[in-house]
Design a binder for this molecule. Structure first.
Ligand code: 9WN
Length: 440
């Protein structure tokens, strides 16, 4: 039987349900990840959401990215949250009065008229912009979409490749566990041990009002997140001035940077400009990624703790994300796919969707956030990677599992990788959006 066959009404019903989530989460200029838990605009969420929204409304998908890029800082950084001033301060922690971007971030060029966070998230934006453009090149040209976004995307990448090359080897570093978007991954446990947590009573979490404590990070994690963000803020969010306690080279962040650099080459070409610099940078970054983070014995990429000067001995799913790269050496791609389907990640055997952390790892927990559950954006990227490297039947299987699980979990934020049971919040933005993309 054709693994893609389904009753004709099911995809339509799913498409309509996903569209309803995106409509409910739309604020007029962007889409919130979740009405309750995340009532503002998040950076990489908006990129994934735009990728799905393009199937519903190309103009809304363009606006999703435009509104995010309008909050870019003078130094090129794209903040991980753009705050909606209509939302009460206590609805999400840390709120604008914690980040104080328009004052504390002035030297780094934070915008004066909108409040944002001061840290970043993975650079999926140029890839999203290119996919949104391709959905309707005519409307895109008429609105000057790529022409307006291109210089901002170039500055964003320049920020990451220059100011964030804290390891000095040519890769972008993250300075906070929120930056790679996989907040409490066991990969951060070692590097975080150096960080003195902020006192428990000195801040008030808002996330536990919306989610089960067992599905979320612990208070100790939050104490450390708060300490790192406070120190960065108190040094004006200046990368060179802050005495960083946490500096990690993450393979997922760098893979997405490279995928987006390839997209910038396409965008430059579409605008009649020379794409050579982007192509060269993508190739150089790929070679550096392999040289610095590939672990042949593990058959996957590892995070690198820059301060300790050593590789992180954990298997986090970000170490599989370079599979999205077309320019990966073929032996590396083959080994990655073997790892994905082997005992550690279990695709095609033990699990429905690829978990966020190895099933075999000491810290594995099928419910707790980035310590085991499966996430839809990660699985969307891996499905793309499998297709890129010619594994079409396995990609189709993963796609089908993702669609079934999105439907049965009511577009959950994340799910138990074995059972597909919903975890975190429901009606989650990128789960609905990427469902639309997988259905297209
Ligand atoms: C902190 C919005 C974001 C995602 C991240 C996810 C979670 C925030 C939080 O939610 O992080 O940025 O409060 O836990 O880890 O990937 O972008 O959906």
């Amino acid at each position: 039987p054709d693994p893609d066959a389904d009753t004709p009404t099911a995809p339509d019903a799913l498409r309509r349900a996903a569209g309803r989530v995106l409509l409910r989460n739309w604020t007029g200029a962007s889409t919130v990840p979740s009405r309750g838990l995340y009532p503002h605009q998040w950076s990489w969420d908006s990129a994934f959401i735009a990728i799905g929204l393009r199937h519903l409304s190309v103009v809304r998908a363009q606006r999703e990215l435009e509104s995010l890029l309008a909050a870019q800082w003078g130094d090129g950084r794209l903040p991980h949250i753009v705050f909606n001033r209509a939302v009460p301060l206590d609805a999400y922690f840390p709120s604008p009065d914690f980040w104080r971007s328009s004052r504390a971030g002035r030297a780094a060029g934070a915008p004066a008229r909108v409040e944002t966070s001061g840290i970043v998230q993975p650079p999926v934006h140029a890839l999203a912009a290119w996919l949104v453009h391709r959905a309707d090149p005519e409307v895109s040209r008429r609105r000057g979409f790529l022409r307006r976004l291109y210089p901002r995307l170039v500055n964003w990448h320049r920020y990451l490749t220059r100011r964030r090359d804290l390891g000095g080897h040519g890769l972008a570093s993250v300075l906070h566990p929120w930056e790679p978007g996989m907040d409490n991954s066991p990969c951060w446990d070692g590097p975080l041990r150096r960080v003195e947590p902020a006192a428990a009573g000195s801040f008030q979490r808002a996330d536990l009002d919306h989610g089960a404590a067992a599905d979320r990070p612990t208070d100790l994690d939050y104490g450390r997140y708060v300490r790192l963000a406070t120190d960065y803020r108190d040094h004006g969010y200046l990368d060179a001035d802050t005495p960083h306690a946490f500096v990690v080279e993450d393979p997922g962040v760098n893979a997405l940077l490279i995928a987006s650099e390839h997209a910038l080459a396409e965008i430059a070409t579409a605008l009649g400009q020379d794409p050579t610099d982007h192509r060269t940078r993508a190739e150089t970054l790929t070679a550096t990624l392999v040289r610095r983070l590939w672990d042949p014995a593990a058959g996957m990429f590892r995070c690198h703790d820059v301060i300790a000067g050593r590789s992180v001995p954990e298997r986090g799913v970000s170490g599989l994300l370079p599979l999205v790269l077309p320019g990966l050496p073929s032996d590396v791609a083959t080994a990655l796919m073997r790892t994905m389907t082997g005992e550690h990640f279990g695709l095609g055997a033990a699990v429905r969707l690829v978990p966020s952390y190895a099933l075999t790892g000491n810290a594995f927990d099928p419910s707790r956030y980035w310590r085991g559950p499966a996430w839809f954006n990660v699985n969307w990227l891996l499905e793309r990677g499998l297709r890129t490297h010619g594994r079409h039947p396995l990609a189709a299987e993963l796609r089908r599992a993702a669609l079934e699980t999105a439907a049965s979990s009511r577009f959950a934020e994340y799910v138990d990788p074995y059972t597909g049971e919903a975890r975190g919040t429901r009606d989650f933005g990128w789960t609905a959006a990427l469902t639309l993309d997988l259905l297209a």
